[in-house]
Design a protein around this ligand. Structure first.
Ligand SMILES: Nc1ncnc2c1ncn2[C@@H]1O[C@H](COP(=O)(O)OP(=O)(O)OP(=O)(O)O)[C@@H](O)[C@H]1O
Length: 273
């Protein structure tokens, strides 16, 4: 599958200056309970605007719950969560964030372009003043490498293409925060590699903050500036690992000793969780 790369990206742009960063998400001693079960406990984190965080941890440790907490889908039992200085509810109403799930959840009777336009249409129908990307839905489809496939119906697209439509749809309301829950988990390795490259490009082009849940250690290292390792029972922060790798990431990076050192470090951390 040909990959459309963004040739004109010269540097890290807004992502470079980590010292003077604004905060996209601030969690202070946040816990989540389901009945008497504590899913997340005492989570304190500051995620800077424009940063790319990946989240790893054993099955059931609370990775998805963490995204649901940030996106106002589950309440805090204790502690506090702020998104761009707002409550999670205010951030949700202002459409500060968007979700991409493992399943693209496209409407099967609408074309790729019509699926991308859907959030704008729904906003208009409800009379909501919603933010719009500087890029048109067509531009966003181009950005994710689907130029020429705008009229295709979801069943005419591959799984990877459907996920790209879902990413374009997530970007159409210009979210400041993109929450991605194993979006490439069901795809074959080659397609996943291509989409990893494209996602890095999209991140650098748009400046969006990304929280990305994955089960794959190499994917977490390849994508992230920081890897959040959660441990289980109850879900707590095990460690945040800074990934100090070049900002230009090509697939060949995965064969370097530095990359494999990070993978080894995270594998050992995961074994301790
Ligand atoms: N609505 C709910 N009601 C009760 N328990 C829940 C609910 N949602 C999640 N849980 C529990 O909270 C814990 C964390 O679930 P979560 O889905 O966040 O884990 P995860 O790390 O994303 O798992 P996986 O890696 O397997 O996808 C699990 O024990 C799960 O059973």
């Amino acid at each position: 599958m040909p990959v459309q790369r963004l040739a004109d990206i010269a540097d890290e742009g807004p992502h470079q200056d980590m010292a003077s960063r604004n905060v996209a998400a601030c969690l202070s001693g946040a816990s989540v309970k389901f009945g008497s079960f504590t899913a997340l406990e005492d989570i304190s984190l500051e995620i800077g605007e424009g940063e790319f965080w990946t989240i790893l941890g054993p099955s059931g440790c609370g990775k998805s719950t963490m995204l649901r907490l940030v996106s106002d889908l589950v309440p805090t039992a204790t502690g506090n969560v702020e998104i761009l200085g707002k409550t999670t509810e205010a951030a949700r109403l202002a459409r500060e964030f968007a979700f991409v799930f493992q399943d693209a959840t496209l409407l099967p009777w609408r074309s790729a372009l019509k699926n991308v336009e859907l959030p704008l249409e729904m906003g208009r129908k409800r009379g909501l003043k919603i933010p719009m990307s500087d890029k048109s839905p067509q531009d966003l489809l181009d950005l994710v490498g689907l130029k020429g496939r705008e009229d295709a119906l979801p069943h005419e697209l591959s799984g990877g293409m459907r996920q790209r439509v879902a990413i374009a749809r997530a970007l159409v309301c210009k979210p400041k925060l993109l929450l991605m829950d194993e979006p490439f988990g069901a795809l074959d390795e080659m397609t996943r590699d291509h989409l990893n490259l494209q996602l890095r490009d999209i991140w650098r082009e748009t400046g969006v903050t990304i929280l990305f849940v994955t089960h794959s250690i190499p994917e977490a290292v390849f994508l992230g500036q920081k890897v959040l390792m959660l441990r289980a029972n109850p879900g707590r922060v095990k460690q945040v690992v800074d990934i100090d790798l070049p900002s230009e990431r090509e697939i060949a990076l995965r064969e370097t000793p530095e990359f494999n050192r990070y993978c080894g470090q995270l594998r050992r951390l995961l074994e301790e969780c």
